[in-house]
Design a protein around this ligand. Structure first.
Ligand code: TSB
Ligand code: ZN
Length: 586
């Protein structure tokens, strides 16, 4: 999808279109006040104070109609430069503009504003010459948005739109948008009953429904096996810790704004944990370790809580209660390269198993100028960066570098993916850490009998089960491979009177073999049931009639295929079992 913000011409058009929309809104809602109207990747938006009015779907059409009218009228867009004092006077009845003007740099004594007909707005510009040039636009959606993004402030109305310089590009864009909406995991998650949310549970706290729970369990089994084979040891630890634990780890100082507030129980003060590292440090410290025991790999499917802004939470992708596929690897300094390589290889392996191709590796480094954010040890940082690059080059992995994106304790490698809707997010991560083991006074006995401090690699291959599930739902458009599908086989008897008994036997046989199977014995038309089986994206739909019953066979259609194939029951079982056991991807 085109990035409007990165295209100079479209960027100017979209910015002008935001003004056009504001003018139309002002015509329809004379008391409207305007906050900011920037150009974004997907077009433009404007945050508007409409008093107590809340924008509805049909209002967008009204505003669009008014925009068309103004555009036809064809007024010129005129730039004017005024002094800060003039601006203050001109907008004295508009608290939002006064806020903007009063915060403008002292050096910025000249302020520009743009007028078109009866509408004037404060703006740096540039703009198109006349509103006539704005013909091919569409208002896309609306939402509430707190003034300055702060939940303590008033809720404004945000309207999004997009503008192109020709009709075809607009239509292509709108089609792509429609497709992205269909691929959005929030829609798929609802259509396929994978997760839900409820105000009584809270924002960013999805509930995994039975279908989602099956997927999650399969993911857990899959990654557990991989990790176990690589020598990981899995633990269970509580999803709370005392404030002192997080003071020791440094999270209380560096991560507090991402944490839920603390709560007192008797004499102890607890927090819901945002990360599992401190718990795992304590697990490591529970025993004395020799250099011969290292690497020690402590894994956990661990629930964490993070305060994410209410406007940022999104389906399963960005939640406030999440489950990490987490592990902390304790290594000697000499083992860093090799262990890091194993993690990157595991990431590559997993992505291949899932048939994922749309991702990028990002090597996140510190900004050497920023002495506040990053733990101060130049040698450590330089050495670590060299090592990570070395491994990536050895593995022939393509990556880009991002300065200033490292964690406060060390550089990291992230895997970035693009969701159907919205900005890129991180899936997998592997982070080098020289700091936490020191804070928890961890050690191992080296070959010469001396005490040494281990280095820690924090890593999450799926990231969280939540975000990974969101991503694979979008990548597969909900058509999951058989091994991951909540229901793998749907049996439909042609006629309940003659074929139900055989169908029931078949159902039981498949269930006994651990295949997730359903029998549709409702009194509905065969065609209807088959279509529904497709909509539910069930990999195998078996249609059972006389032929199948009499010859102990099945007749199946795979999801997305019209072809009907006959196999003996034994052959079918063999086929599907193999597909599940090898976790075949689509
Ligand atoms: C890997 N301490 C490390 C851990 O040992 C850690 O917590 N790293 S993290 O902060 O990067 O989080 C790990 C992964 O969780 C991220 O890579 C991302 O994929 C996922 N994640 C982070 N925040 C959210 C969220 N709000 N919702 C869903 N998944 C999230
Ligand atoms: Zn960690």
């Amino acid at each position: 999808m085109i990035n409007i913000k990165e295209n100079e011409k479209l960027s100017i058009m979209n910015h002008s279109c935001a003004h056009l929309m504001a003018q139309a809104v002002k015509h329809l809602y004379p008391d409207a006040l305007f906050w900011v109207g920037p150009v974004v990747e997907s077009g433009f938006y404007y945050d508007i104070d409409l008093g107590n009015e809340v924008i509805k779907e049909e209002d967008l059409l009204k505003i669009e109609k008014e925009m068309k009218k103004i555009s036809k009228d064809g007024k010129r867009i005129v730039r004017r430069e005024i002094s800060k004092d003039e601006a203050m006077e001109m907008f004295k009845d508009d608290p939002y503009k006064i806020d903007l003007i009063s915060r403008m740099d002292e050096a910025e004594q000249i302020i520009s504003c743009y007028s078109q007909g009866d509408f004037t707005d404060l703006c740096r510009g540039p703009h198109v010459d006349t509103v006539k040039e704005l013909k091919y636009f569409k208002l896309i959606k609306f939402s509430g948005a707190y003034w300055k993004g702060d939940a303590k402030n008033k809720m404004l109305q945000r309207i999004y739109g997009v503008c192109f310089d020709n009709e075809e590009d607009l239509n292509v864009y709108l089609n792509e948008l429609e497709e992205a909406k269909m691929r959005d995991h929030r829609k798929i998650g609802k259509d396929l009953s994978i997760f839900m949310s409820h105000d009584l549970v809270g924002k960013g706290m999805p509930l995994w429904l039975p279908n989602g729970a099956v997927i999650r369990k399969q993911l857990e089994n899959y990654i557990y096996e991989k990790e176990r084979n690589m020598g990981y040891m899995h633990v269970y630890t509580p999803c709370v810790g005392t404030v002192d634990l997080y003071k020791t780890s440094g999270h209380w100082d560096h991560y507090k704004e991402n944490m839920f507030p603390s709560m007192k129980v008797d004499e102890e003060e607890f927090v819901l944990r945002p990360m599992n590292c401190p718990h795992h440090m304590l697990v490591y410290g529970n025993e004395l370790h020799s250099y011969r025991d290292l690497p020690i790999r402590i894994g956990e499917f661990a629930t964490d809580f993070r305060y994410e802004a209410s406007g940022a939470v999104k389906g399963l992708e960005r939640v406030r209660c999440m489950c990490q596929n987490d592990a902390h690897l304790f290594v000697t300094p000499e083992q860093i390269g090799e262990e890091f390589k194993k993690v990157v290889s595991l990431i590559l392996d997993v992505y291949k198993d899932f048939g994922l191709k749309n991702y990028k590796f990002r090597l996140s480094l510190r900004d050497p100028e920023d002495k506040e954010k990053y733990f101060d040890d130049d040698d450590m940082w330089n050495e670590a960066e060299v090592k990570l690059r070395e491994v990536l080059n050895e593995l022939g992995v393509e990556y880009f570098e991002a300065i200033g994106e490292a964690a406060f304790y060390g550089p990291k490698l992230d895997v970035e993916v693009k969701p159907a809707v919205g900005p890129e997010v991180t899936l997998s991560t592997c982070q080098l850490d020289f700091l936490l083991p020191r804070k928890f006074e961890l050690s191992y006995v080296d070959s010469d009998g001396s005490r040494k401090i281990p280095v820690v690699l924090h890593r999450a291959i799926f990231g969280t089960f939540d975000r990974f599930t969101a991503f694979i739902l979008e990548e597969t458009k909900g058509s999951l491979p058989t091994w991951l599908s909540p229901v793998q086989v749907n049996i439909i008897p042609v006629n309940n009177e003659y074929h139900l008994e055989y169908s029931k036997e078949l159902l039981q046989k498949l269930i006994d073999l651990g295949i997730r199977c359903e029998l549709d014995q409702r009194d509905e038309k065969l065609g209807y049931k088959m279509r529904e089986s497709q909509t539910r994206k069930i990999p195998y739909t078996l249609v059972i009639g006389d032929m199948e019953r009499d010859s102990n066979s099945v007749n199946y259609r795979m999801h997305g295929s019209k072809e009907a194939i006959s196999l003996s029951v034994e052959e079918f079982i063999e086929k599907i079992k193999k597909e599940v056991e090898t976790r075949k991807s689509n």
